[in-house]
Design a protein around this ligand. Structure first.
Ligand code: SF4
Ligand code: SF4
Length: 230
């Protein structure tokens, strides 16, 4: 008989939170643990993400509106998941929240994140059409997840259409220029205000490309941040 509880993934998968990775806290690097706050009494860290279009469809179907509908939906879904499938298990939701959790660092450890020229994580299956949605400390005893073994598609991409698609040349010098990207996005009527042409030009995972409304939603948030900082 297994010493681990089965991971109840179905509910999350059907809710659009279709990527999950279980870390054992004692096996995480110390610098990662240091970002998690008080871990006393917890054994595991669960990273939950979404990939593809289903999450946005679920968010719309939920009727949740407001400034952060995806975060609000994700928090609500994780809370229901614990209530219905993990009764009695203690948990703390670290993200979305105030904790300075290194999402990309966790993504690298999970094998989800590979760097792309436009500074968004990419993998060979989903392309760049995935994101981190929740990070949870839990007193669970699931089987820890093995890292996803997917290579970085950028390493074998000869044409690199993302680089030439950027009208600002922000990817042209071998590293990403945030200042060029931000300046271009902040221009009046910029074609990059609510989407990234470089990201859309990447052929990897194009079948999972987000709905236009989701792209517009997420880039309107980053545009608002750019307006604050530049
Ligand atoms: S177009 Fe090629 S180099 Fe650019 S992100 Fe996609 S796979 Fe990577
Ligand atoms: S948002 Fe526009 S300017 Fe910025 S990297 Fe993407 S294509 Fe280039």
């Amino acid at each position: 008989m297994s010493e681990h509880s089965p991971f109840p993934a179905n509910y999350l998968n059907q809710a659009g939170l279709n990527r999950q990775h279980v870390f054992t806290l004692s096996e995480l690097p110390a610098e990662v643990v240091a970002t998690l706050g008080d871990i006393d009494g917890y054994r595991q860290l669960i990273l939950i993400g979404h990939a593809g279009r289903l999450l946005w469809e679920c968010v719309k179907a939920s009727g949740i509106e407001g400034e952060h509908p995806i975060d609000d939906y994700s928090m609500r879904t994780v809370a229901r998941w614990f209530t219905e499938f993990l009764p009695g298990r203690r948990y703390t939701l670290l993200y979305p929240g105030e904790a300075a959790v290194g999402l990309q660092q966790l993504g690298k450890l999970a094998g989800w994140h590979h760097p792309s020229p436009f500074m968004i994580g990419i993998d060979a299956t989903w392309g760049s059409w995935f994101a981190y949605r929740a990070v949870v400390l839990a007193d669970t005893d699931f089987l820890p997840s093995p890292p996803a073994e997917r290579l970085n598609p950028c390493q074998t991409c000869q044409e690199k259409p993302c680089i030439t698609a950027c009208p600002a040349g922000a990817l042209a010098d071998g590293s990403f220029s945030l200042s060029r990207c931000a300046s271009y996005r902040l221009q009046p009527d910029s074609v990059c205000a609510y989407g990234c042409l470089a990201r859309s030009a990447c052929p990897i995972g194009s079948a999972y490309r987000y709905d236009e409304a989701q792209i517009r939603h997420s880039y309107s948030r980053s545009l608002a941040m750019l307006r604050q900082y530049f």
